[in-house]
Design a protein around this ligand. Structure first.
Ligand SMILES: [Zn+2]
Length: 639
């Protein structure tokens, strides 16, 4: 006779999982190290999406799938390539044909005297007058507006590319200096185009002189070009470099006042009255691939259902966008972020192949994560198994740096089944079964006790993780894409560290022993989900108004989609009980107008947000399918 100390479901859980555990191999510390060491090696150059390094990583992952006998992605053939799911990705931009600028007798040359920015639209206009707008910054929260003194409507706005107080990293203008933001401000002011005067005396030394694509979100809606100081002299009808420098210093607001250019020479500037411009920027579409392998379920009926196990394999290449390194150029190894999760994925593929679950398991190594969850966002539009039959998504992102047994699991609020399953899987880590009764140990506590009082099953708490469970199903990794489609998710993470998004995130710093233990717990959780016929129940999580801070005063509760877009801001979700939810906004809506501002992309949206005040009512226009709706929205104060 057993005496039950825990609930019977827990004991059943423990035994069913134990039985599985004994039939399948355990995660291998050596194999994890091998995978991470290769993926994070110099050779792969940081695996930036769209580069050779990321192609090599994809090939490696596909090779492992093939060796394990995983099935390829349904629509593809039977080569190793067939695991690759291509998705559209802009790797860069190039100058198209027919870029030209002219005014009066001048015709500055593209590439030498001026350059369109990567997010400029392609356009052509003739004989448009210009207006000088100092820095071209509008900052509602600073009560600062370079467009307040003069109308830029239907004109070319000419501004300094620098910002006031530019050498101060804590400048109150720092948030507004991004050319993206100034493009939004110019467009909001009705300008036809924005010309930014570079700071460097030699145009080719200016950062803006190099055509650059930021890969985040759509075009600016107007042409935006960088111009040399020599070109600026002519455009502004100034006699000398010294006059331009004088102008620049005269428009700086003084330290205490936010008022733009008061008492400055700005009003004396008399720019050229007829500018002709043609811009052409061509987007270069490059290869980007998710690597998807399928392990068909062993149960003839349940195999129609799938669990997606995912990890992104891309990283930051040699720096740039997303990097926290002081300079570009060094390989960002991305051992923890996210060679660790990718290695975990490959180990789970090996473990589950040795003992197949009843349901189909889709192994998805995502790319484009660092650029804004692009790969997983694409996957959910073309899934290997239909999303209605996808019962859960398990994501591993940065699981290699466990310290003091601490593990963070996100998405726990997305299904009521998660918490007990996680707790049981964790408990199981320290479980010992002994027919003769366990040896006495202070750390061991009995789970099942025989009628003679001897502990038959004991658990050692020191072998368990200290788990922080977060409810939210949205977050800064690929599970978010699935949760947005109403799929229960779990997200495994060992926390951030000093090497995060820096070249120093290297393979030698991974804690492989605990890495393997995490993979083992993930395996137990997947087995447990698969052990019942009932699927986890999707729940919309209620989360506080925290989330990703935009630094602004108001909170709406939207989950924006970060894919490239120029036709509005697509919402992946709306938080329960948030201002956005109360306004009637829904996942899948595309915001095209907010608080009187046209919204093409996430920059426009954030800019509009910066102008809004809590507890004031605003109109928001959305496209829902083919219907255009106008809703009333009242932002809340950010706590
Ligand atoms: Zn990252």
């Amino acid at each position: 006779m057993f005496r039950k100390l825990f609930s019977s479901t827990l004991i059943i859980t423990i035994f069913s999982s134990l039985a599985f555990a004994q039939q399948a191999p355990a995660p291998s510390v050596d194999k994890l190290r091998e995978h991470v060491t290769y993926l994070a090696s110099e050779k792969l150059e940081g695996r930036r999406t769209g580069t050779k390094g990321s192609d090599a990583a994809a090939k490696y992952i596909a090779g492992e799938y093939e060796r394990l006998g995983l099935l390829p992605f349904p629509r593809n053939g039977k080569s190793a390539n067939s695991y690759l799911q291509p998705f559209p990705f802009v790797v860069g931009v190039a100058l198209g044909k027919g870029n030209s600028l002219s005014f009066g007798t001048s015709a500055p040359r593209v590439g030498e005297d001026w350059m369109p920015l990567g997010f400029s639209v392609n356009t052509r206009f003739e004989n448009i007058p210009a207006v000088f707008v100092a820095y071209g910054i509008t900052a509602a929260d600073l009560n600062y507006d370079d467009y307040s003194r003069t109308s830029a409507a239907d004109k070319v706005a000419i501004a300094f590319a620098a910002a006031p107080d530019d050498d101060n990293p804590h400048s109150r203008f720092a948030r507004y200096r991004d050319p993206r933001w100034r493009a939004v401000a110019a467009r909001n002011a009705g300008a036809k185009a924005l010309f930014l005067i570079v700071r460097a005396a030699n145009f080719n030394e200016a950062h803006l002189s190099r055509l650059h694509f930021d890969n985040s979100a759509g075009d600016a809606g107007i042409p935006v070009i960088a111009i040399s100081r020599q070109t600026a002299l002519k455009l502004l009808n100034l006699p000398s470099d010294a006059a331009l420098a004088d102008l620049e210093s005269s428009v700086k607001p003084n330290a205490n006042s936010a008022a733009p250019g008061v008492g400055s020479n700005a009003d004396k500037v008399n720019p050229i009255s007829a500018i002709t411009l043609a811009t052409s920027v061509v987007r270069e579409i490059g290869p980007a691939h998710n690597v998807v392998g399928i392990l068909e379920g062993s149960d003839p009926i349940l195999k129609k259902e799938a669990i997606v196990i995912g990890a992104h394999y891309d990283h930051l290449g040699r720096g740039g966008e997303g990097s926290l390194a002081p300079k570009e150029g060094d390989v960002h190894h991305g051992a923890d972020d996210n060679a660790s999760g990718t290695a975990g994925l490959l180990e789970l593929a090996r473990i589950f192949t040795a003992h197949r679950p009843r349901r189909t398991i889709v192994f998805a190594a995502f790319s484009g994560e660092e650029e804004g969850l692009l790969g997983s966002n694409y996957y959910v539009t073309r899934p290997a198994v239909p999303l209605v039959n996808t019962i859960a998504m398990i994501n591993m992102d940065m699981i290699g740096r466990m310290k003091e047994n601490k593990l963070v699991i996100g998405g726990v609020g997305t299904a009521p089944e998660w918490r007990p399953i996680i707790e049981a899987a964790n408990l199981l880590q320290g479980v010992t079964v002994s027919a003769t009764g366990a040896p006495a140990s202070t750390r061991n506590y009995p789970l099942v006790v025989a009628s003679n009082g001897r502990a038959i099953v004991t658990s050692d708490s020191a072998k368990q993780f200290v788990i922080t469970m977060n409810e939210d199903g949205f977050g800064p990794s690929d599970h978010s894409s699935f949760y947005a489609k109403q799929i229960p998710v779990l997200f495994f993470w060992t926390g951030t560290h000093d090497d995060y998004h820096k070249p120093s995130d290297t393979a030698d710093k991974i804690n492989y022993t605990d890495h393997a233990r995490i993979v083992s717990v993930v395996a137990k959780i997947v087995r447990e989900v698969d052990s019942t016929d009932k699927r986890p129940t999707y729940v919309a999580t209620k989360t506080p108004a925290a989330g990703r801070s935009t630094g602004f005063r108001v909170y709406l509760g939207t989950i924006p989609n970060y894919s490239d877009s120029s036709d509005g801001l697509l919402l992946d979700g709306v938080r329960e009980d948030s201002p956005a939810a109360k306004a009637g906004l829904q996942a899948g809506d595309r915001i095209v107008k907010l608080a009187g501002r046209d919204i093409r992309n996430v920059y426009d949206y954030t800019h509009a947000l910066s102008e809004m005040k809590a507890d004031n009512e605003y109109e928001v226009e959305v496209l829902r399918g083919i219907t255009r709706l106008t809703l009333k929205l009242t932002p809340a104060a950010r706590k």
